[in-house]
Design a protein around this ligand. Sequence first.
Ligand code: ADP
Ligand code: ADP
Length: 226
Amino acid sequence: MTDVILEKVGKTYPNGYQAIPSVDLSIEEGEFIVLVGPSGCGKSTLLRMVAGLESISTGELRIRGERMNEKEPAERDIAMVFQNYALYPHMSVYDNMAYGLKNRGIAKNLIEEKVSDVAKMLGLTELLQRKPRQLSGGQRQRVAMGRAMVRDPKVFLFDEPLSNLDAKLRVQMRVEIRQLQRKLGTTTLYVTHDQVEAMTLADRLVVLNKGKAEQIGTPMDLYNKP
Ligand code: ADP
Ligand code: ADP
């Protein structure tokens, strides 16, 4: 089943700069798509349009058949993991993970159950009372991932989630992210400028260049292309 559809999606910023002329992309349910390309090619813009953090200038975005263009981020049933993790510094790990659920008025015992399940999956159980500053980079990354996972979103969006980690941890975390995503079966759109990361993670890659999808295909497809 097709889960996410971008139909001729384009972005022109208010200053008149056309960051994305027109992109077509269909993402299957459970698929892991990596957007790759050099800095400034429009990866972040495209991801932010799917997230609802940036308006769509032209074309249409549909998730499970429903038009999303005008919907607020909270109405899109997506969860985004940011490069800088965007954790609340004054809140514990538990509260960071529970925050989105509390806002939705979910019962306390259900929240506790969900956070505790996800914490277990991510190896965070012993760290739930700590503050973000008391965590390593890899642990912070896991909390950001946990905060996305507790919401059981239809779609995960990742914006260069590993770029603040050292090389060894980057490899470890990328394996973990892929394993978790497979297990949960959540449709994923993942942005990176790291080609090795892209090739390792992707079911299919979208190579962006100056706002255009130059190539779309499996890592093997693209690797074998001249
Ligand atoms: P990437 O994520 O691939 O590095 P971005 O999507 O951040 O690229 O940016 C794509 C292009 O759009 C860049 O040339 C950038 O300078 C430009 N851009 C990004 N945000 C804005 C904005 N708010 N206003 C005008 N131009 C922008
Ligand atoms: P990211 O890495 O998440 O794309 P950036 O550091 O590129 O974020 O940009 C930070 C903020 O500045 C974003 O809100 C982005 O939209 C805006 N921005 C980026 N490039 C430009 C630009 N050329 N002109 C105006 N605003 C920009």
